[in-house]
Design a protein around this ligand. Structure first.
Ligand code: 16G
Length: 253
């Protein structure tokens, strides 16, 4: 049997079937992913191999694959082919402990990595100055990062930190909190606000999910022991990757 048939099974080319060929091919690839014969991160056989094995045109194969990429089931990497999308392990994060992304992942035995989307030093915008209790001529570092756990994109984070606590944005390699701790500016308290969003095209593409997928938007404003704000971060988490868990206590007067 060819690798294509091995992975995808036999294809029924019945010309009388009412559903268009590319949709039937899509269903077949989906079924192989659901059944686990095609595993997360595994490469899909080449367009030409599928076309030959199933006796359909390459246009049909391309159309089927494009639809599955739009649905977030497959991802395409330029030059290296088409892969089954990664399935993130769900991460449970307590809402009452102030931890960093890197630490959270390490505690779960996963490795945190970063893809940098931007790191700059600029004058604080009026909004940033208000939030971080700065005077208008003070500067801030802005770090925009795509964050991965075991190679799976989990969140897009934009952190703003006054340069008086972090003068050099290049000092941050993976963990912002590790650098703040080394500088004696680790936050000890934070206010966090979260709400549900539908991930837009560009954010969805970075997080390798279908446009419109569910996401969680989280704003965190963190403070030093002295009461000064040290970080304002806006994060967008994949909705399929995170469970936020809060412990509730009955108050005894
Ligand atoms: C978490 C924080 C974020 C903080 C980051 C530091 C949430 C929602 N956000 O992702 O505010 O900047 O950790 O992590 O938990 P790092 O030390 O790995 O850069």
């Amino acid at each position: 049997m060819s690798r294509v048939a091995d992975l995808l099974g036999a294809f029924d080319l019945d010309p009388r079937a009412a559903t268009p060929l590319y949709l039937r091919l899509q269903e077949q690839i989906k079924a192989a992913i659901d059944a686990g014969s095609l595993k997360p991160l595994e490469a899909l056989p080449g367009e030409r191999d599928i076309a030959e094995a199933f006796n359909v045109s390459r246009v049909t194969v391309r159309k089927a694959i494009a639809g599955l990429v739009d649905q977030g089931l497959l991802t395409q990497r330029q030059g290296s082919g088409t892969f089954v999308a990664a399935k993130p392990e769900r991460v449970e994060q307590p809402l009452s402990r102030l931890t960093s992304f890197t630490e959270d992942m390490r505690l779960r035995g996963m490795t945190a990595t970063v893809h940098w989307l931007g790191r700059t030093v600029s004058l604080a915008s009026p909004q940033e100055a208000m939030r971080l209790a700065l005077s208008p001529n003070e500067t801030v570092v802005r770090l925009r990062r795509l964050r991965f756990a075991n190679q799976v994109p989990m969140a897009i984070e934009c952190a703003t930190v006054p340069t008086r606590f972090l003068p050099d944005p290049d000092a941050v390699d993976t963990s912002l909190y590790a650098v703040l701790e080394a500088r004696g500016a680790l936050p000890v308290r934070a206010l966090q606000r979260l709400h549900a969003v539908n991930l837009s095209g560009e954010d969805a593409a970075l997080l390798e999910v279908a446009p419109g997928s569910a996401g969680l938007a989280i704003d965190r404003l963190s403070y030093l022991d002295s009461g000064l704000p040290v970080e304002f971060t806006q994060s967008l988490y994949r909705g399929d990757a995170y469970d936020f868990v809060a412990e509730l206590n009955l108050r005894h007067e």
